[in-house]
Structure formats: structure tokens, C-alpha cells
Design a protein. Structure first.
Length: 346
């Protein structure tokens, strides 16, 4: 029987198509404002999968728009009752990313920045939520109902929304063009077969998940999904960070899942995979067909696309793989133990 996780992930292409039409007017006005009143920095408010989407946005904004991006710590507002100093938010773009738009700590953080003068832009799936209603600009994720605890299509919607925002803001013609083919490529990515990696990850062991640059956010998302749906202890690292200590625990057979794009960040991921394979690690690498696979590394098929689009396609392929791995391990990917769909942290 098909799980909700499977069927919802399969809807991602439809979501991205719908989102482009829904966003057009609001995105046009927002970009006009950003060009007329450039922010000095961007502050991202998010939790969980949405926070991983924010990591993707950070790399896009900093590399293509040249604006520094920082992640807000929601507990600063909700637990400590602290707010930004007077005047700090006057030239800040606050980007709040959420599926539900209802988590109290996220709301407290976003509203604290808005009340200090920041422009609050909400990327949220529930358009009736408190976050959506409080935003200066609402960019709906347009993912529709998502009933599986494991977020899939809403995560991809958060990535594509940020890619569209950055493409318009930076006037990057190549990324703008790449977004037009994203829905069709998502459909193709969902059909890719990663089953060769099932034996690598199907054990009661810890594993590393690697990415870098544009791919770091999806590496973190993949690690979270392996915990949620497959009951595996997966830790995500940048291929740079993993060399600062964590790689010392890698021995024969240690599982590594990696995401590599066709840019310099992806080259470094592939180099790290080569190092791990030399130590005898069991390495599975998602890498585009135009890139070379290091020796002794299991190649997972991935589509060639704009470097900023490749991570979106790779996480789509991963979602199908993770759903299969969960069922292989006798687990229900829609109902992970001890979890619920909306987590309202304070």
C-alpha cells in the first residue's frame, strides 16, 4: 500500500507549478521593494525542516545577492523574553519559514523582529495561520494538505520559493531559466532508483550525511528524515566540518550518504567521499551524471541542472528512497514514534 509520504512527495512538481502562479504578484512587489530599499542583512526564523530550508536560502542569498544571512534563535524571544535592540531591525529582511505558522517560539521571534521595524516575509503553508496573518508579505508554500508527519512537498516548496525569490532579486537569468524546468525535473528525479543504497543504510548503526554549500541544507534534511522515518542515528555535516574531528570515528563499513552538486562545493563533497572510501567506509554518493564518481564509492543517480537546483532534485530522489528504507525496516514512515505533525515548541 502506498504511504502518505510517498504520495505527498510525488506531488512536489505540481506544487512548484502552482506556486509560481500564486507568487507572481506578491513576489514582484517584494523584489521591487528589495531593490529600492536593499536590506543590510536577512534574518531567518525557522525550526526543523524549515530551518534546513533556511540554510539553503542562506547560501543562495549570500552567493547571488551578496547580503549576509543569519539564523534567529527562537528561544531568545520565547524563553528569555529578549528582543532586538531599538533600531536594529530597520534595515532587516526577516524571512520566516514554516509549514503550520503556529509554533509559539517561531511566532515570538518573527514578531519581535517585525516590531523592531524588520520587513517580515512569511513562507508558510497554512495561509490562515498567525504567522501568515502577521506578515508584511505572504508567499504561500501552496503545498496543500500534508498529513504525513514527514514533511516532503512542503520542504521542496520552501526551497523553490526561495530560489524564485533570489532569482528575481538578483536578476540571475540562468537560475530564472532553470526554475522553468524544475517541475518536469522533479518528476524525473522522483523516478530515479536509489535502491542500491538500501543495504548500505539498512542497519542499526550511526551514519554521516554530507553536503556543502547549496547542498548542505538538504543533507541536514536527509539526516532528519532518516531519524524520523527510519529510526537511524544520522548526523549531517558539511564536507569541510566533517574533517574537523568527526571523521575520526569512520572505520570499515561505516555508512556515509552524500549529496554533491556540479559546483566547487560538490567537488569537495566528492573528495571527502574518496577519503572515507579509502578508510573502508560504505559510501553512497548522489552525484550528477556529468561528474566523476570517486573509486569504491556507490554512485546514486542524480540529474544535471543549475547548481542551485540540483539539491532540490536530489532531496526529491531521497524522499522516495527514505520511504522505501523505512518500510524495509518494518516502520510506518507516516507515523514515526513519539512525533506529531505540528510541533508547537515554546
Amino acid at each position: 500500500m502506498t504511504s502518505l509520504m510517498f504520495s505527498e512527495a510525488a506531488e512536489a512538481a505540481q506544487v512548484v507549478r502552482r506556486q509560481a502562479a500564486v507568487h507572481h504578484d506578491a513576489l514582484t512587489r517584494l523584489v521591487e521593494d528589495l531593490r529600492a530599499n536593499p536590506p543590510s542583512c536577512v534574518v531567518v526564523c525557522a525550526r526543523g525542516s524549515s530551518d534546513h530550508a533556511g540554510v539553503y536560502g542562506k547560501y543562495l542569498i549570500e552567493t547571488l545577492c551578496g547580503v549576509p544571512v543569519a539564523a534567529a534563535a527562537p528561544s531568545v524571544a520565547s524563553v528569555y523574553g529578549a528582543v532586538p535592540a531599538a533600531g536594529v531591525g530597520a534595515n532587516v529582511l526577516c524571512l520566516a519559514i514554516s509549514q503550520s505558522g503556529r509554533s509559539p517560539d517561531l511566532l515570538a521571534s518573527a514578531l519581535a523582529w517585525r516590531d523592531r521595524g524588520a520587513r517580515l516575509v512569511a513562507l508558510v503553508n497554512d495561509e490562515t495561520s498567525p504567522l501568515a496573518l502577521a506578515a508584511d508579505v505572504l508567499l504561500p508554500l501552496s503545498a496543500g494538505p500534508e498529513k504525513s508527519v514527514a514533511a516532503t512537498k512542503s520542504f521542496i516548496a520552501a526551497l523553490s520559493a526561495q530560489a524564485a525569490l533570489v532569482a528575481a532579486w538578483s536578476e540571475d537569468a540562468a537560475l530564472t531559466q532553470a526554475l522553468t524546468t524544475l517541475p518536469a525535473q522533479l518528476e524525473a528525479a522522483f523516478e530515479l532508483d536509489w535502491s542500491d543504497a538500501l543495504p548500505v543504510l539498512d542497519g542499526d548503526r550511526s551514519l554521516f550525511v554530507l553536503g556543502r554549500g547549496y547542498g548542505l541544507g538538504v543533507a541536514r534534511e536527509a539526516a532528519l528524515k532518516l531519524k524520523e522515518t527510519c529510526a537511524l542515528h544520522a548526523e549531517a555535516f558539511s564536507s569541510a566540518e566533517v574533517r574537523h574531528g568527526p571523521m575520526a570515528i569512520v572505520r570499515d563499513g561505516f555508512p556515509v550518504l552524500a549529496f554533491a552538486g556540479s559546483d566547487a562545493g560538490g567537488d569537495d563533497v566528492a573528495a571527502a567521499c574518496a577519503e572515507f572510501a579509502e578508510r573502508g567506509a560504505a559510501v553512497a554518493l548522489a552525484i550528477a551524471e556529468t561528474s566523476e564518481t570517486p573509486p569504491a564509492v556507490l554512485r546514486l543517480p542524480a540529474l544535471t541542472a543549475h547548481p542551485a537546483i540540483q539539491p532540490i532534485l536530489q532531496i526529491q530522489s531521497f524522499y522516495r528512497f527514505a520511504e522505501t528504507l523505512a518500510r524495509r525496516r518494518g516502520l510506518d514512515p507516516d507515523r514515526p514514534a513519539f512525533l506529531k505533525k505540528v510541533t508547537e515548541t515554546r
